[in-house]
Design a protein around this ligand. Structure first.
Ligand code: C2E
Ligand code: MG
Ligand code: MG
Length: 328
């Protein structure tokens, strides 16, 4: 019983055994246990013991990818960021850009984040990877000349990064290195972060807030505890998940969620961004509902850093030209 509610907890166990004499390193042993656990989850069995026959292929593939990623992080031509502009739905001006990572794999071609982020999240690569993304994003912000136009860059953080007590200090150091005001950096986190180890997460979030970086809740509405999240974690921005934007037209429920999220965010004084806007109808409806910002293929797709730079600097030039003409 938790606060009067009966919760049912289910456990799946993955077991991996080794003889000390085998000389199997502990990371390898953990990886095997992990694979057995995933098999337990997917097959619905409570306990699965690792067996090399069944999982050899998968194990090899995962550990190979992890090794290749470790190498990719040391190269400058494999991992790269694209930026997807966020715009003000009323004025069309860019109000931000989200950094989205891609991997130009030497043999497998271009890979999207869903193909390798899960591997990063389950390995010790999480720390160097997060540092790499932040470093790239901050160097872009540092190079932008946007005048009066405020265009922060948003970086996605894995839930696991919020368990890293050194994160706020690291970010603070990087902001100083590039001489960037902290408010130019938005960190996107998801609701899942508060499900576990709340104390550490709160400590890290407090640390980040005290530096002055902005926090956004990504994929809002998809977790189990969206409202609780907003009550607990002070954020600057709410991003409505694209599944609701997509379903808004034919689903009363989705449209109610979009509607009330916009109302909730505005009564809390938060920016609200609708993700995954693909059609003019979606855009018009969101604007009518009072949604201030949008992101989606129907506005701008993710693009190269150069293309995004040209776009925001052009918008900034247009803005300063317009204010000069009107005598401001
Ligand atoms: P996200 O943070 O929700 O990012 C938005 C995703 O939606 C991006 O996919 C973007 O390309 C896609 N998208 C944008 N507009 C539209 C649209 O109109 N329609 C549709 N269907 N999709 C749209 P992407 O680049 O594949 O990234 C997927 C997820 O991977 C991201 O979801 C984010 O959670 C994660 N991710 C990306 N980069 C990083 C990173 O550097 N670190 C971490 N930890 N996660 C990342
Ligand atoms: Mg995001
Ligand atoms: Mg999202």
């Amino acid at each position: 019983m938790v606060e009067g509610v009966t919760l049912t907890v289910e456990v799946r166990v993955g077991l991996a055994v080794t003889e000390v004499a085998d000389g199997c390193p502990h990371t390898e042993l953990l990886r095997r246990a992990d694979i057995a656990m995933y098999e337990a989850k997917s097959s619905g069995r409570n306990l699965v013991t690792y067996s090399p026959e069944r999982d050899g292929g998968r194990l090899d593939r995962l550990s190979l990818l992890a090794a290749e990623l470790r190498y990719a992080l040391t190269q400058d031509d494999q991992l790269f960021l694209e930026l997807q502009p966020l715009i003000d739905l009323a004025t069309d001006l860019p109000i931000g850009a989200e950094a989205l990572v891609r991997w130009r794999h030497p043999r497998r071609g271009l890979l999207g984040p869903s193909e390798f982020i899960p591997i990063i999240e389950r390995s010790e690569l999480i720390h160097p990877f997060t540092q790499w993304v932040l470093d790239e994003a901050l160097s872009v912000i540092g190079s932008w000349h946007t005048g009066d136009l405020d265009v922060p860059i948003a970086v996605n953080l894995s839930a696991r990064s919020l368990l890293d007590r050194t994160l706020p200090g690291d970010i603070d150091r990087m902001l100083r290195k590039y001489r960037i005001p902290a408010s130019k950096l938005v960190l996107e986190i998801t609701e899942t972060v508060i499900m576990s180890e709340l104390e550490v997460v709160e400590e890290v979030l407090d640390g980040l807030r005290s530096i002055g970086v902005q926090i956004a809740v990504d994929d809002f509405g998809t977790g189990y505890s969206s409202l609780t999240f907003l009550a607990r974690v002070r954020v600057d921005e709410v991003k409505i998940d694209q599944s609701f934007v997509k379903a808004m037209h034919h689903s009363v429920e989705a449209s109610a969620i979009v509607n009330s999220t916009i109302a909730l965010a505005s009564s809390l004084g938060l920016r609200v961004i609708a993700e995954g806007i693909e059609t003019p109808e979606q855009r018009a409806e969101l604007e009518a509902l009072g949604c201030t910002g949008g992101q989606g293929y129907g506005l701008y797709p993710p693009m190269s850093i150069d293309a995004a730079t040209a776009l925001v600097e052009e918008a900034a030039d247009g803005l300063s030209g317009a204010s000069a003409a009107s005598g401001h």
